[in-house]
Ligand binder design. Structure first.
Ligand SMILES: [Ca+2]
Ligand SMILES: [Ca+2]
Ligand SMILES: [Ca+2]
Length: 192
């Protein structure tokens, strides 16, 4: 009893060891890591973000974006140890994977964000939610006709689903996105 390390407040200072680890696993320089850290501390003095704080921190970097839906989806992927908060290491590693990795890595993250049920498959409902999130991020308000997220999800799945189970596996998703730059940009909003 009373010995739960996880309950202790996390020191808000970056340790030299943490900086060395983050430099080794991302392409960020030490000043960049400190800058990201400062931005997280603005939201939370403990350096840990709950879902609401995560959305606010994200918006700070992408002002003007309607990021709520995307952040809701991304939160569970970024919270790698599933404790309901995103600590700075989880945050920076996820940001790095989404923005610095090669195309396969970034599409891998996009797939995980999209696969909210975590069963390794994207179904039409999951894809429609992701498309809605992508529209929000891009400020696209037209949701009618061909832009209807449900219709669009159905169309994309029928095109990319090679196996014929009406769902997209990670391989089908990554191959499909790579062959279609427009789709790639839509479904992996961090991929430029
Ligand atoms: Ca966590
Ligand atoms: Ca799924
Ligand atoms: Ca399939």
């Amino acid at each position: 009893m009373g010995n739960k390390g996880a309950k202790k407040g996390v020191p808000s200072e970056l340790t030299p060891r943490q900086i060395a680890m983050l430099k080794a696993t991302t392409k960020y320089t030490e000043p960049e890591i400190r800058q990201w850290h400062a931005s997280v501390l603005q939201e939370s003095p403990t350096g840990k973000l709950n879902k609401k704080q995560f959305v606010e921190a994200y918006k700070r970097f992408y002002p003007g974006a309607k990021a709520d839906t995307y952040c809701q989806l991304a939160f569970s992927v970024f919270d790698a140890n599933n404790d309901g908060t995103i600590d700075f290491n989880e945050y920076l590693l996820a940001v790095a994977a989404a923005s610095q990795g090669d195309l396969d890595d970034r599409l891998d993250v996009a797939f995980d964000i999209c696969d909210t049920s975590d069963d390794g498959q994207i179904n039409q409902k999951e894809l429609a939610t992701m498309i809605t999130a992508a529209y929000d991020l891009r400020g696209e308000t037209d949701r009618k006709g061909d832009h209807d997220p449900k219709k669009r999800a159905a169309e994309i799945i029928s095109r990319l689903d090679i196996g014929g189970d009406k769902k997209l596996s990670k391989a089908e998703f990554i191959t499909g996105c790579k062959n279609d730059p427009v789709l790639c940009h839509l479904l992996a909003p961090n991929v430029h």
